[in-house]
Design a binder for this molecule. Structure first.
Ligand code: MG
Length: 391
């Protein structure tokens, strides 16, 4: 046993890609981390397996029906909850010091916000928390003295590069994007893209939603919004460059012209481990970056005509208020429609744009403002989807 006390951790989204990688890191350092709570969705078999291995106090799944089945699979001493209340209970468990927020989509907002309200530090992978409710969550985090530790590879890179100077000395954040599987396709060809093709990300193994978002560049748009709130840098100082090799994870430029980049192999365990152990670094034993084998490293401008989602993300960021929450809700509806084979790939941005035009925007004064905008946008987006799906 190390002399240091183990950090007590809750993972929201433990059976997803980030959750599984987080538990992989934790399993390598059993003296440093203790798992207190695990929240997941429908994958109760894996959740039960994780519960046997990591012995949390509390686990939660999607609904009551699954929770009943989970009782037969999980260790008898583990408390089992479900639904939104279950996820929130995992986030605010009194013993927990750090919450890994890795649920996918808008459902991650509420438990993450509640964690912040209880003063828990947050390792943030769920982009929607800051995209939907950035001003609100940031203000609450400040009141509670909560630290946000970015898990997304780009934000982890920026977080680390920012340490090379003072905030007033930053002239640009440059987020890199792989460009997704359709970087070299002609715009006209995007109408015929299949679900299988869109799910083949060139460099990263991720869940379906974020893989489609990477193919439309909406993922990068959400990351620009997240970076703005996370680092308090104005949108006009945040740029995106396409970097197909995914070796440079992002860069920070300072006023003297120095540009600090973060490089590494594309393995999510690197940013996850840094978020878990910050400010220390853990010896992960991963294969080293072979610069020569990775060469050449190339960069290009994103094509906003072909991938309008990135442009839409900058627009809602400028608009502020509930506009980013509306964009996010419309995109979730669009991606689901595409994944179920009902909506053409190239109509995803059209659906988002039409929903934005149709929904009134408001200032954000409470979480209810955000959740209401989210629900109304989903209803509107579904109406628009019903029409676009016939195309
Ligand atoms: Mg990313």
């Amino acid at each position: 046993m190390s002399s240091k006390k183990a950090k007590k951790i809750s993972i929201l989204g433990s059976t997803g890609s980030i959750g599984r990688n987080t538990l992989d890191v934790i399993s390598r350092f059993p003296d440093r981390f203790q798992v207190i709570a695990l929240a997941a969705g429908e994958n109760i078999n894996l959740l039960a397996e994780q519960a046997w291995k990591f012995k949390p106090r509390l686990i939660s799944c999607k609904n009551e029906n699954l929770a009943q089945k989970l009782k037969e699979l999980a260790p008898p001493e583990v408390e089992i909850l479900y639904g939104r209340e279950g996820a929130v209970a995992c986030a605010v468990h009194p013993e927990v010091e750090l919450v890994v927020s890795a649920l996918v989509g808008a459902i991650g907002l509420l438990p993450t916000y509640e964690a912040v309200r209880q003063g828990k530090d947050v390792a943030l992978a769920n982009k929607e928390t800051l995209v939907m409710a950035g001003p609100l969550v940031k203000a609450e985090a400040k009141r509670q003295g909560v630290k946000f530790l970015p898990v997304d590879s780009e934000h982890s890179a920026i977080f680390q590069a920012l340490k090379a100077g003072r905030k007033e000395e930053v002239s640009r954040l440059i987020l890199t994007a792989s460009g997704g599987p359709f970087r070299d396709r002609a715009k006209e060809e995007l109408a015929r893209v299949t679900v299988e093709e869109a799910l083949k990300h060139p460099n990263w193994q991720m869940g379906a939603k974020i893989t489609i978002d990477s193919a439309t560049l909406m993922n990068k748009g959400l990351e620009v919004i997240e970076a703005h709130f996370l680092f308090d840098i104005p949108p006009e100082k945040i740029e995106v460059k396409i970097h197909p090799q995914s070796i440079v994870h992002s860069l920070v430029e300072f006023i003297d012209g120095s540009v600090i980049a973060h490089l590494g192999i594309p393995d999510m365990r690197i940013p996850i481990a840094y978020a878990l152990s910050y400010p220390e670094r853990l010896p992960l034993g991963l294969p080293p970056l072979d610069l020569v084998a990775a060469s050449p490293l190339t960069f290009e401008e994103p094509d906003l005509e072909k991938f309008p989602c990135l442009k839409l993300a900058y627009q809602v960021l400028a608009e502020g208020g509930t506009a980013p929450a509306i964009l996010n809700a419309a995109n979730e509806v669009a991606v689901e429609a595409f994944l179920s084979g009902r909506l053409r790939f190239d109509l995803i941005p059209s659906l988002v744009e039409e929903t934005l035009a149709a929904c009134p925007k408001k200032e954000i004064n409470s979480l209810e403002d955000v959740l209401e905008a989210d629900i109304l946008a989903r209803i509107k987006a579904q109406e628009i989807a019903d029409r676009l799906e016939k195309i």
